[in-house]
Design a protein around this ligand. Structure first.
Ligand code: NAD
Length: 250
């Protein structure tokens, strides 16, 4: 157990039942934060994350909410305030893909991805900033993607949502810097998770040659960047995009 975070630090990680969110929750807990692990449909995954947190000597809880549904988000933050009376760290990690080339993409697929990825980030950030502004301290880390920076074929909806997260982050960072709330982005490249595994061979064939470090990243590679930005080590860093992609975009 590290002590990067002081005792009593409360962190919420959305989409914490798998992949990058799971790794973030475990890493924040290893560094001393109490982690609230959000899930939408995959309770067993969230429980698996909590088990790993406890095994690592950390502490936490699981909480259900679909981040794309306003009522769910409001209820989640109400429960957090009822139980903990504060929130120090928010990691907006929950995200989905519904890929397709532009001319094949249904409006419904566009809306769904924007609603969960960008709308979820908006609603959770708004609820968290309400709490953090009163505390005069907080750190928010939003998970974007290199797709939001460079674009990505077949991902018009996803890239738009992830680019939106960057503009959104910089705006909130400017609005609330005076309240000592820092808001930053981590933009992962290709990370070995459920999201990429279905197409791993295809993606490796297509993209490995463009990754100078010659490998896909691991969820922990992202978690370490998130922990840094969430911690006081980054106390003078806000509105920034930290790309973690093995050098793929420079
Ligand atoms: P993943 O599918 O394992 O994780 C996504 C998580 O979000 C899951 O736990 C899922 O249940 C949860 N989720 C989805 N919709 C939700 C909702 N409405 N409410 C609450 N939770 C919801 O994939 P991952 O790779 O770990 O993705 C995590 C984040 O990282 C996503 O935002 C993704 O866009 C981003 N990302 C991933 C990669 C990659 O290569 N894997 C690259 C760039 C960015």
């Amino acid at each position: 157990m590290g002590n990067l975070f002081e005792k009593g630090t409360i962190a919420l990680v959305t989409g914490g039942s798998s992949g990058i969110g799971q790794a973030c929750a475990i890493d924040l807990a290893k560094n001393g934060a109490y982690v609230i692990i959000n899930y939408s449909g995959h309770k067993e995954g969230a429980q698996e994350t909590l088990d790993a947190v406890l095994k690592a000597g950390g502490a936490g809880a699981i909480i259900r909410a679909n981040v794309g549904v306003e009522e769910d988000v409001n209820n989640m933050f109400k429960k957090i305030m009822a139980n903990f009376k504060k929130l120090d760290i928010l990691v907006n990690n929950a995200g989905i893909i519904r890929d397709g080339y532009l001319l094949m993409m249904k409006k419904e697929a566009f809306d769904q991805v924007i609603n969960v990825n960008l709308g979820g980030c908006f609603m959770c950030t708004q609820a968290a900033v309400r709490i953090m502004a009163g505390q005069k301290k907080g750190a928010i880390v939003n998970i974007s993607s290199t797709s939001g920076i460079t674009g990505s074929e077949g991902q018009a909806n996803y890239s738009a949502s992830k680019a939106g997260i960057i503009g959104f982050t910089k705006t909130v960072a400017k609005e609330y810097a005076s309240r000592n709330i820092r808001v930053n982005v981590v933009a992962p490249g290709f990370i070995d998770t459920k999201m990429t595994r279905a197409n791993k061979e295809l993606l490796e064939g297509k993209y490995l040659q463009h990754i100078p470090m010659g490998r896909f990243g691991q969820p922990e590679d992202i978690a370490h960047a998130v922990t840094y930005l969430a911690s006081d080590l980054a106390s003078y860093v806000t509105g920034k995009v930290l790309t973690v992609d093995g050098g793929m975009t420079m």
